[in-house]
Design a protein around this ligand. Structure first.
Ligand code: HSE
Length: 451
């Protein structure tokens, strides 16, 4: 019997019975404040997807006055991070303070007190992850760290979930935004290393100690986590061969270009018969390869699975809300650990009964984009006629030019600014009968795919 697949879908509402997940946060700098903003902005949607609310109830901060301005009312503040780590009423501790000294103590204390931990602290996990994950195993809690690697890219989830069926053969990534920014500036603007680093620091990409970025240590931390996920191996940070970009000369960036390559700081974890290669180093990448086009502070990770083949993931490698996106995804995962209805534990269509009718599908006429038009015209002078006509019809034009001479006669090429498809259709219909037009006008949508 035919069953309408949409009708038969279970609709999902947040469980009334599940109390909100209670969260304590240690540190409220860039990532912590971003987490507050995103949680507040998307509160209802996140709760619906998690199956329960997510409430940050206490925050440990060094500067309480500043923190008070971020967290708003109803959130307790303390300058004692250990109080948060051991707080009896919390389900989860989010550690976004950074560092590997006190942060290790807080995380181990939280685990010992039966709390799940969410952290974006790659140095902590790369260097002390063995001890931390072992403690979590003993206490039956989760340590989630999507924000520790290439923040906005859900690469940990891709490896653990989407690619779970695969034997991973290699992972390669541009996972440090600061060095990628520096390399891009050296190439595009001919800046020397020092000037490019100063710009990266001014834009807030670099770690507090930029040595971690430019010597490849930050990338090595992330590669350690990627390799452990990809190959199920222990965290072997000390074994990563890490080389940074401080010795790289601008001349070599230019000469690589001439040979058809770009220089990128790549982290590579590759399974070989004899073992696993773990290395971070500046490397030449063919200029036409997608990786060569990952520029500025952006990150990208490629994964080769035996079944999936090569897949690639691209996104911001740093940033307040970008990291918050990953931290909150981990919180939702933790929220789903207990008693969540099946439909919320695995990917599903995400219907929420209360929101089901909120989003309409736009009709074609209302879809906005830029457009490409090719207008066959009778003779020289056609370009002026078409340009004037488009202006008279108030079609927003970005560019008009003549196609390079071709057998098909004179063709005027037009790129419009974004406009509604309905308006474009009307304009093209009318343009078709303009005396200067010699044939069918071709149109295509232009998708700028802006970031
Ligand atoms: N300093 C890091 C980078 C920030 O440049 O990628 C995010 O880990």
């Amino acid at each position: 019997m035919y069953r309408d697949p949409v009708q038969s879908l279970e609709t999902v509402v947040p469980s009334q019975a599940m109390r909100a997940l209670r969260v304590g946060m240690i540190g409220i700098g860039t990532v912590g404040s971003g987490t507050f903003r995103v949680l507040a902005r998307n509160h209802d949607q996140i709760a619906a997807r998690a199956g329960r609310g997510i409430e940050i109830v206490i925050v440990a901060a060094r500067n309480l006055a500043r923190a008070a301005g971020i967290v708003g009312e109803g959130v307790a503040l303390t300058d004692d991070a250990m109080r948060v780590a051991t707080h009896p009423e919390l389900d989860v501790v989010v550690e976004v303070a950074g560092g590997t000294g006190a942060a290790r103590d807080w995380v181990l204390a939280a685990i010992a007190h039966g709390k799940h931990v969410v952290t974006a602290n790659k140095a902590l996990l790369a260097e002390h992850g063995g001890e931390i994950f072992e403690a979590a195993r003993r206490h039956g809690v989760a340590v989630a760290y999507e924000g520790a690697v290439a923040v906005s890219i859900p690469i940990v989830k891709a490896l653990r979930e989407g690619l779970v069926a695969n034997r991973i053969e290699w992972v390669a990534g541009i996972v440090n935004g600061t060095t990628n920014f520096i390399l891009s500036k050296m190439r595009d603007e001919g800046l020397d290393f020092g000037a490019a680093l100063a710009q990266a620091q001014a834009l807030g990409y670099a770690e507090a100690d930029p040595t971690f970025d430019i010597e490849g240590i930050d990338a090595a931390h992330k590669l350690t986590l990627l390799a452990a996920n990809a190959f199920g191996m222990p965290l072997r940070f000390a074994d990563v061969q890490a080389e940074g970009i401080t010795a790289l000369q601008g001349l070599d960036v230019a000469c690589s270009e001439q040979l058809g390559f770009r220089v990128k700081l790549l982290g590579v974890a590759r399974r070989r018969e004899e073992g696993v290669e773990l290395r971070v180093q500046p490397a030449l990448v063919p200029a036409e390869h997608l990786m060569a086009h990952v520029n500025g502070s952006m990150n990208a990770v490629m994964v080769k699975g035996d079944a999936s083949g090569v897949t690639m993931y691209y996104g911001a490698g740093a940033g307040s809300e970008q990291t918050a996106s990953a931290v909150i995804a981990d919180l939702v995962d933790v929220a789903r650990l207990a008693g969540t209805p099946a439909a919320q534990r695995v990917p599903h269509l995400g219907f929420h009964a209360h929101a089901m009718n909120a989003l309409e599908v736009l009709p074609r006429a209302a879809v906005r984009s830029a457009h490409y038009l090719r207008v066959p015209v009778h003779a020289a002078g056609g370009i002026e006629a078409v340009t004037a006509w488009l202006a008279s019809q108030q079609v927003p034009v970005r560019r008009v030019t003549l196609a390079a001479p071709c057998a098909a006669g004179a063709q005027v090429l037009v790129l419009t600014e974004p406009m509604a498809q309905g308006a474009l259709d009307l304009a093209v219909h009318a343009l078709q009968s303009h005396p200067a037009v010699a044939g069918a006008v071709a149109t295509l949508r232009v998708e700028m795919l802006e970031a």
